[in-house]
Write a protein that binds this ligand. Structure first.
Ligand code: FMN
Length: 183
């Protein structure tokens, strides 16, 4: 199938995940186009399947992703779609943090009118080497409470790649069954 993956990423983790997803789908013989939302991505109507990814910063999804979804809402609601949300809250052991992300996701879907029922929550990364001094201090203070001692000269990746791979492999198999049934 023709698949578009559009992503919004500030420090690169959502982009890294999009590239990883692309490889899995290519291995399964799908046609995949990857688009950074800042590079004027193609409209949704040219594709059978659209996957959209955004990280969370300061309790908000990427504004350009929100705009893309709103601009393409009619097509998105007609097609096979999925949303992958990248956050640190989902890496927490505290159930209330997971609840917060779930609420944020539901709010995003309500605000945009997007009716996707495929949502993947993916743990992100803390890229201290990319933060300015103030951000390093702020993120260390938040992260230490949850994840233990932090060295601000290092990056920490919490993404569970095996989980991402499983989600994508299952999704891809379902797409192939659908294609088979249509043939
Ligand atoms: C300034 C800043 C604010 C963040 N705010 C949140 C937040 O509100 N909730 C959360 O779960 N994660 C938050 N994160 C963690 C990011 O979602 C995580 O680092 C993610 O991997 C970023 O993905 P990206 O590199 O694709 O932008 C924040 C990270 C930074 C640097």
């Amino acid at each position: 199938m023709k698949i578009l993956i559009v992503y919004g990423s500030l420090e690169g983790q959502t982009s890294k995940i999009a590239h990883f997803m692309k490889e899995i789908l290519l291995d399964d013989n799908h046609d995949v186009i990857l688009a950074n939302v800042t590079n004027n991505p193609l409209p949704a109507d040219k594709f059978d399947v659209i996957l959209i990814g955004s990280s969370i910063h300061l309790n908000s999804y990427n504004p350009s992703i929100k705009k893309y979804v709103k601009n393409n809402i009619e097509e998105l609601n007609k097609k096979i779609t999925g949303f992958y949300s990248v956050s640190m809250a989902i890496a927490s052991n505290l159930p209330e943090k997971h609840q917060e992300v779930n609420q944020l996701t539901q709010q995003f879907l309500t605000d945009t009118g997007w009716e996707t029922n495929r949502i993947w929550h993916i743990e992100g990364a803390l890229k201290f080497t990319k933060y300015d001094y103030l951000k390093k201090m702020m993120m260390r203070s938040i992260a230490q409470k949850e994840f233990g001692p932090i060295n601000i000269n290092k990056d920490y990746e919490y993404t569970d790649w095996e989980k991402v791979k499983n989600h994508l492999s299952q999704f891809s198999s379902r797409l192939k069954t659908r294609l088979h049934e249509q043939a």
